[in-house]
Design a binder for this molecule. Structure first.
Ligand SMILES: Nc1ncnc2c1ncn2[C@@H]1O[C@H](COP(=O)(O)OP(=O)(O)OP(=O)(O)O)[C@@H](O)[C@H]1O
Length: 672
């Protein structure tokens, strides 16, 4: 029974289309075949490893929403992949609320992703055609032609992503400095907002970048006009960013282009809920450009592409080293009521190529880039695999989209959440994935991508020709003689041999399938281990971040405490000084009072100095000694003179007296 692509549930992440590109290597063997169908829209392909394949890999069959052969042109892809319904979704003609759309390409390096999404020098890509159809469908309902400046400020104030918003005229003139923007046939005068903040980000010295010219006109889409809401006025706002090394960078700041230095420092942006966008995540702080016409939008696109990091690698001369996001926001409001702007976004993504490091003869930074690219694509593969597992087994696995920036950006708004259903009526976005492949390219890399992106897959093992089929085909069969009797093998032995052959064949098939499954399980295990390691690294980063935050918080708290103590200490020191001052005042006042008292002859008695007291005592002792010596002399003299008694009396009466001591005695203070 033919394998059918499973029916797509309405809330599935993607419809998946396969586009084959004309092969680069004409002589290589083709390993990928599109299955013939009665309809014009094939859905299945088969990958047959070449007969020389020594690993004897199984034949794999994959189902997609639709397969485009090598001769499919850009317009076939545009019309046949459901891009038009995506544009209708953002225009929101019928329903009140628009629906976000996502268009992405996935494939091996050089398989034609950028060619499909962005076109080439001579061919437009899906992005240019989508823009053309959008501007044509909105026509004269584009806001610029109706209101001018007031509309600009209301768009700017209604933006939920803290964006820096400019008009295309102002943006392009400040980028190229040639005042040529008026050559675009804008239908009204574009308001000129203050661009000084934008201009200040680019150096004055590096002004004159040549304006991109000669943009492709083919394929033309003038016949395609979709229904817009006739009662609404519209605005188209364009923004661009890239995910490089798992970080988001604005592509419309002009920093890299203007400085002509690819290593110029760029600020990474956050993908988060903002105050005005609690129900869905947005890239905050982007540069957004309000475009007044299709040509302006094309110029903005070219300007962003110039900024995008591109470098030559061994795999592809102009390989995309980042995942490029081009966002067309379609804003809509009622012009009479001047109601607030509702907005739906068509996001077009040019994914970087999955490249094996050994294929891309790269080194250093580029090798690290390849690692990051492969890691993010591996997570994308896991999300897509989960989607197809959910559909096949009706299981409800959670799609692990928070593992890296790329899957977060792609899938965060793909699911219904209680917040967006209850309050904001956001229908989950609709996604289209175009897988590109070269049918003569790298077999391993291509089948790896097809394995996780296809909607369904079937493995068949090449049959080993049985003995019966060998007999039927008329090939000579070597008969086996049994023993030395010369008798031929009987008929039932042939049957036995055939059965044994069939059994061997069955077992070989089983072994093949088991080997394949084992390989797959090993690949899954490797991917899981890698994701585990990435999660661990992420956890360590988080831990470090939290530690740093805690450290910073503690430091702030300690500093605050220190300041508090310092303030208390200073206050106490001040108090002490004040107290001392008061004491000094008291002493001064007391001294003055003493001086006054002395003036008024009021005697103030003080404790005598101990040294003075000792001196007095010593003098008294000396005095006593002198007196006794004097007495002895007198006695000797009396013994020799006539009236000694009279002289002795006089001397005894003449005793030394301390005037101070006597004063103290008078005041009642006792020395002892
Ligand atoms: N369908 C196609 N028809 C004609 N030329 C094609 C087609 N697909 C790709 N090419 C050409 O092949 C070259 C490589 O293609 P492209 O740059 O689109 O690859 P890619 O998958 O984006 O690579 P990478 O991942 O490295 O960016 C380009 O010159 C492109 O024009």
């Amino acid at each position: 029974m033919a394998m059918e692509p499973p029916p797509r549930p309405t809330n599935s992440l993607f419809d998946v289309f396969l586009r084959l590109r004309p092969s680069i290597s004409a002589n290589a063997a083709r390993f990928l075949d599109v299955e013939e169908t009665s309809s014009n829209h094939p859905t299945h392909i088969t990958i047959k490893p070449p007969s020389s394949d020594h690993r004897k890999r199984a034949v794999e069959k994959f189902a997609f929403t639709r397969v485009f052969e090598q001769d499919a042109v850009q317009l076939d892809i545009f019309n046949g992949t459901g891009i038009l319904p995506l544009i209708e979704g953002v225009l929101a003609a019928e329903s009140k609320h628009g629906r976000d759309g996502l268009l992405a390409t996935l494939g091996v390096t050089g398989s034609g992703k950028s060619h499909t999404i962005l076109g080439s020098k001579s061919q437009r890509g899906m992005t240019q055609m989508a823009l053309d159809v959008l501007f044509r469908s909105i026509g004269s309902q584009l806001v610029q032609s109706l209101y001018g400046a007031p509309a600009f400020s209301s768009i700017a104030s209604s933006d939920a992503s803290d964006a820096h918003i400019f008009t295309a005229t102002a943006f392009l003139d400040s980028m190229y400095g040639d005042n040529q923007s008026e050559r675009f046939p804008s239908r009204g005068t574009t308001p000129m907002p203050d661009c000084s903040s934008f201009l200040s980000t680019v150096s004055r010295a590096a002004k004159n970048i040549p304006r991109p010219s000669l943009m492709p006109q083919e394929p033309a889409v003038q016949d395609i006009v979709l229904a817009a809401d006739p009662n609404a006025e519209y605005a188209i706002v364009v923004s661009m960013y890239e995910v490089y090394n798992d970080r988001i960078f604005d592509l419309l700041t002009g920093r890299v282009t203007k400085s002509k230095n690819p290593n110029v420092k760029r600020r990474a942006l956050l993908f988060k809920n903002t105050e005005h966008s609690p129900d869905r995540k947005v890239v905050a702080g982007l540069t957004k450009i309000i475009c007044g016409c299709f040509e302006e939008a094309l110029m903005v696109l070219e300007t962003g592409l110039m900024e995008r990091k591109v470098a030559g690698t061994g795999s592809n001369a102009v390989s995309s080293r980042s995942h490029g996001f081009f966002c067309i926001e379609v804003k809509k409001r009622n012009p009479q009521r001047k109601s607030s702007w509702s907005s739906s976004t068509l996001t077009i993504v040019d994914l970087a190529g999955s490249e094996r490091a050994r294929n891309a003869k790269t080194a250093g930074e580029t090798l690290a880039e390849a690692g990051k690219i492969n890691e993010s694509l591996m997570y994308l593969g896991q999300c897509m695999q989960m989607q197809s597992d959910n559909q096949e087994g009706n299981r409800k696995n959670i799609v692990p989209f928070r593992q890296c920036k790329l899957t977060e950006l792609l899938f965060s708004n793909s699911f219904t959440t209680p917040a967006n259903t209850s309050r904001h009526h956001h229908t989950p976005q609709k996604g289209i994935m175009i897988v590109t492949a070269d049918p003569k390219g790298d077999l391993n890399a291509t089948s790896q991508i097809l394995r996780y992106s296809a909607l369904a897959r079937e493995v068949t093992v090449p049959r080993i020709p049985s003995t019966t089929s060998t007999i039927l085909s008329g090939a000579p069969l070597t008969k086996v003689n049994s023993g030395s009797s010369g008798r031929q093998t009987p008929h039932n032995s042939w049957e036995e041999l055939d059965a044994a052959n069939a059994e061997i064949q069955r077992l070989t098939s089983e072994i093949e399938i088991f080997a394949l499954r084992l390989n797959e399980e090993m690949a899954r295990r490797k991917a899981a281990e890698q994701s585990w390691r990435a999660a661990e690294e992420h956890m360590l980063d988080l831990e470090q971040e939290i530690r740093e935050e805690c450290f910073a918080e503690t430091e702030t708290a300690v500093e605050a405490e220190r300041r508090r103590w310092q303030a208390a200490w200073d206050a106490e020191a001040d108090q002490h000084d004040e107290h001392m001052d008061r004491k000094i005042d008291v002493v001064i006042r007391a001294t003055r009072a003493q001086a006054n008292a002395q003036k008024q002859e009021i005697k103030i008695y003080e404790d005598p100095d101990p040294e003075l007291r000792e001196r007095v005592e010593q003098l008294e002792r000396e005095n006593e000694e002198l007196r006794s010596r004097l007495e002895r002399r007198e006695q000797e003299a009396m013994a020799r003179s006539a009236s000694p008694v009279k002289k002795q009396r006089v001397l005894k009466a003449k005793k030394w007296e301390d005037p101070e001591g006597s004063a103290m005695m008078r005041s009642g203070i006792d020395f002892e």
